[in-house]
Design a protein around this ligand. Sequence first.
Ligand SMILES: NC(=O)c1ccc[n+]([C@@H]2O[C@H](COP(=O)([O-])OP(=O)(O)OC[C@H]3O[C@@H](n4cnc5c(N)ncnc54)[C@H](OP(=O)(O)O)[C@@H]3O)[C@@H](O)[C@H]2O)c1
Length: 344
Amino acid sequence: MAPIRNARVLFNSIPTGYPEPGKTTIYDAMTTIDIDNVSLNGGFVLKTLVLSIDPLMRGMMCSPETIAYPRPYLVGQPIIGLGIGVIVRSENADVKVGDHLYGFLTHEEYSVWSNLDWLRVIKREHGLPWSVYLGAAGMPGMTAYMAWKEHSKAKKGDVAFVTTGGGPVGSFVIQLAKLDGMKVIASAGSEEKVKFMKDIGADVAFNYKTTSTEEILQKEGPIDMYWDNVGGETLDLALKYASVGAQFIECGMISGYNGSQKPIENLFLVIAKSISIQGIAVARLEDKYRTGFYDNVPQKIARGEIKYSEEIVKGLEGVGEALLSVQKGTNKAKVIILVADEQE
Ligand SMILES: NC(=O)c1ccc[n+]([C@@H]2O[C@H](COP(=O)([O-])OP(=O)(O)OC[C@H]3O[C@@H](n4cnc5c(N)ncnc54)[C@H](OP(=O)(O)O)[C@@H]3O)[C@@H](O)[C@H]2O)c1
């Protein structure tokens, strides 16, 4: 086969605020790859199928000496993000053509790998599309499911408050809280996301951009559990309207990812109300819960017992805008980049 296009998304400059398409990242369609003849040295060629746009990608847009998970992007190199690809050529005895791999992939149509250090084989089951294995059945779903299993002190009738409830982590948490009999207050930044939160069972769903979070918490609280995805002033309000003995699960603080975050004024209430605060990192829970997650969650999604919402963007050329939309909240749902259909 003659060399074919191998488009990619390169990291171009470190942003000071929101990532700017064409400046922070650039789409490059000039590179080619000769799949049959590219030197593998015992490695394999992966064809990228789907890529996830996650909030954590903003954390990798930093200077090389910064500690970032899993690592800072390098200017001039393809960005990385969670994704799934299929092997199209292999010299590695552990994987064969047709195997699917999941992990932090480079944003390229095809990539050459020397080993499986960043990747693992993944199976698609129950007729679910690959995109779902990056959302509700992927890292965001794992975050909700695993942290809930490990830390939740939910009691029937308790009140939970969940932020970014229209996103993949928050929407999963809403459903877990409802399964445990909680009353759920959930916020998001658009009417479309509010509707989705109501559809999946939130008792009180509101748009924090048009409705006062304080008024809602005053009326519907006090809250016994706060699942924090945003930090800043919302976290401050959650402290103010928390019950004695409330549990805070600190999952994300996106209000500070693209600039400074409003300082917390009510921290003393942690003492006054005996609030417990648990920070979570899914990577530290994965070994313990991965098998249980894959045994349970994909089939529950397939049966419609866990609902999800996704926004599919076709082609790597949409990555720059997608990165911005997830940071700003102009996305409609979990953003997936569809790079290639398997049959193409
Ligand atoms: N600890 C872990 O291991 C772990 C793992 C995965 C994710 N996370 C964190 O969990 C959170 C949710 O992640 P996700 O994957 O489910 O994606 P997500 O909810 O879709 O996160 C992006 C959303 O955050 C909202 N947002 C942006 N700026 C905001 C602000 N200033 N105030 C309030 N909301 C804002 C926007 O939605 P709106 O329309 O609602 O504004 C945006 O769509 C993120 O903070 C992420 O970093 C943590």
